[in-house]
Design a protein around this ligand. Structure first.
Ligand code: PLP
Length: 349
């Protein structure tokens, strides 16, 4: 096949801002080092852009969820610096861990036995201290198989680090109980929001994800974290519409006056969900261009009445400030990032 023509959707990743965010979170982690959650293709931004920038900033610990995510990360860093959060669920996972060098995160007694029976080696241990999702129940930390593990990171995960509730301290206390009961080299509890909860939550390693990529789960991070992801889309067509005419499926927007509108190549199949229908905007040179009507699978229409110079082929920026976009759509900041589809041309800014 010939070379592809240029994409009409761009996701620009500000790797300078990403590196600055990692440094800021590393500094906020005090004596602990900051690692990086790079699961789900670096929260949707692209592992090939995100991992080298984090590595060059000084990050030495990387977290993915699935075994299938190891190889693309290992293209850029030592496989032994990669932890696989879902752990060894079957014999093939264990074989893959040994062959690749990536560390399994053991989450249960059966996972521990599976790892040990195949020869074991350094691993991480996730203890569930109150999220009741994935991880060894506290009641099982005395199990003999757990006692035989060679634990690098002793981890737990906070359920509500973005809120000030008593569960945070309760989880921290149980994590300390687990630390007292087991042998381990490093300990880790805090995600992005948890870093702000203070030194007691830091251990030797923190595990930010969202805030590396510009997300702001707690107010305290607002002036420390810079935006990283920028979305741009090309105008495919410009048209004038008369009063009374509808725009898009089901005419959920109807013009009340003559309007000039532009159709851009961004739709819900790209992760720009119908939650944006009648909300949000795009911009061109600082001019605000409101979204009109329903978002389609591959297209969205915007009002370009205050930008009469715009033509087919011109690029618009999508207003995608994560806290504001989350408030407008009801989607979480995590969803707003990880939804972004593969029709975006991802590149460094
Ligand atoms: C995803 C994840 C993180 C990162 O959390 P953020 O809220 O994105 O900072 C940390 N630890 C574990 C176990 C995770 O699954």
């Amino acid at each position: 096949m010939p070379d592809k023509p240029p994409a009409t959707l761009r996701l620009r990743v500000d790797t300078g801002a990403l590196a600055a965010n990692w440094r800021a979170l590393d500094a906020l982690s005090g004596k602990a080092a900051a690692g990086a959650a790079v699961k789900a293709d670096g929260y949707g931004l692209g592992v090939d852009l995100v991992v080298p920038a984090l590595r060059d900033a000084g990050c030495r610990d990387f977290f993915v969820a699935h075994w299938s995510e190891v190889e693309p990360v290992a293209d850029h860093v030592d496989p032994q610096s990669i932890s696989v959060l879902h752990g060894p669920l079957g014999e093939e996972d264990v074989r893959y861990a040994h062959a690749s060098g990536a560390k399994p995160v053991v989450n249960s007694v059966p996972q521990a036995r599976r790892w040990l029976d195949a020869g074991g080696g350094p691993c991480d241990l996730m203890v569930d201290t109150g999220i009741n999702r994935l991880g060894l129940p506290m009641a099982e930390i005395g199990d003999e198989a757990i006692g035989r593990l060679d634990i690098d990171l002793l981890m737990s995960h906070l359920a509500s680090a973005d809120e000030d509730i008593a569960l945070n301290e309760a989880q921290c206390a149980r994590w300390n109980e687990a630390k007292a009961a087991l042998d381990w080299r490093r300990s880790s509890l805090a995600n992005s929001a948890g870093i702000v909860l203070g030194q007691a939550f830091h251990g030797e390693l923190t595990r930010p994800g969202l805030s590396l990529y510009g997300g702001i789960p707690r107010r305290e991070l607002a002036d420390r974290v810079r935006p990283v992801a920028m979305l741009e889309c090309a105008i495919m067509q410009v048209r004038d519409i008369a009063p009374g005419e509808g725009v898009g499926y089901n005419s959920v927007f109807v013009a009340e006056r003559p309007m000039r509108v532009a159709t851009v190549a961004l739709g819900y199949a790209d992760g720009f969900l119908r939650a944006w229908t009648g909300k949000g905007s795009m911009t061109s040179n600082g001019r605000n261009l409101p979204i009109l009507g329903r978002v389609s699978m591959d297209m969205t229409v915007v009002d370009i009445g205050n930008a009469a110079d715009l033509r087919e082929g011109d690029w618009l920026q999508v207003a995608y400030d994560l806290p504001e976009a989350s408030a407008a759509t009801g989607l979480s900041q995590y969803e707003l990032l990880t939804l972004l589809g593969d029709r975006f041309d991802r590149a460094k800014r």
